[in-house]
Design a protein around this ligand. Structure first.
Ligand code: MN
Ligand code: MN
Length: 291
């Protein structure tokens, strides 16, 4: 069940909408500093600052079928929250719409990816932008800790995953990634190879019609995005993230933006999250118009 709330420029009703935005204010497994539960509303609030017209795509968000479903009701239990999120996402997909989830913490992505993969079938891949691999099998007593999300996706859903922005993790995760031939690009790779080339290689490797895109905001350098649960310096710059989202949006069937913790900055990380989501919608809508 959703509790009402509204994103600026989300003017459509559910029935006529194609883009369905919703928040999941859940951060109960967050390890270092919690607070991503406040992100969905912070993102909505700062979005009021932006013009609805996007000059890059020559598109006005007020003309697009965008609906804000509000925030998903969460429980203290991660498993119950994931189950609710999985069902809500399935319903949105079944209604022929594109789900956009504002976290909340990264553990939530598992439920979104599960619903999307079941809907997409075999021709499916996942692209994760993150500073961290999140490959732990278990962390602090939780199998669905946010530090385990990629491992759970790999084990239970799909191995067709590319990681971009990686730069932190215990030695075992790097060994695991190499031994299992995981496809990943570090933030340094992005710096040296260039984001356009990295994206080209990632898309070729994934080779799928239906993509799920997960943006853990700590992929971005904390200079641009300081309001995070687990900030990690030497990250990707904000422009490269925008390029990634603009490039991938046309192939994407589901998106999440997670791990923003608004109380650790002056609103700039939520602002970046809001802007990135708007770029995603504009790019995706433009590609639909060109079909
Ligand atoms: Mn993560
Ligand atoms: Mn992370």
């Amino acid at each position: 069940m959703f509790l009402p709330n509204s994103f600026v420029d989300a003017l459509a009703d559910y029935k006529s909408a194609y883009y369905v935005i919703f928040g999941v204010p859940f951060d109960n497994t967050s390890s270092f500093r919690a607070g991503s539960r406040w992100a969905p509303d912070a993102i909505r609030q700062v979005s009021a600052n932006f013009e609805s017209y996007n000059p890059t795509f020559d598109i006005d968000l007020v003309d697009l079928p965008i609906y804000d479903a509000g925030n998903l009701e969460t429980s203290a239990s991660v498993n119950e929250t994931l189950q609710n999120l999985y069902e809500a996402t399935k319903n949105i997909l079944r209604d022929g719409k594109l789900p956009i989830m504002l976290g909340g913490e990264h553990s939530l992505t598992f439920a979104m990816v599960k619903a999307c993969s079941e809907f997409a079938g075999e021709d499916f891949g996942v692209l994760i932008l993150d500073a961290h691999f999140d490959l732990r099998e278990e962390y602090r007593g939780f199998k669905h800790n946010h530090a385990c999300v990629s491992r759970n996706i790999l084990n239970q859903i799909t191995e067709n995953i590319v990681f971009i922005g990686i730069r932190s993790g215990p030695e075992e995760e790097w060994i695991f990634a190499r031994e299992n031939n995981l496809k990943y690009y570090t933030a340094d790779d992005v710096e040296y190879i260039g984001v356009v080339e990295v994206l080209k290689k990632a898309i070729e490797w994934l080779d799928c019609k239906h993509l799920y895109l997960s943006l853990d905001m700590d992929a971005i350098d904390p200079a641009y995005a300081p309001g995070l649960g687990t900030p990690e310096p030497f990250g990707m710059n904000a422009r490269d993230i925008r390029t990634a989202v603009r490039t991938l949006a046309p192939f994407t069937m589901g998106l999440d933006i997670v791990e923003i913790a608004p109380e650790y900055d002056s609103g700039q990380t939520a602002m970046l999250g809001a802007k990135v989501m708007r770029e995603f919608i504009a790019s995706h809508a433009k590609s639909r118009m060109n079909l």
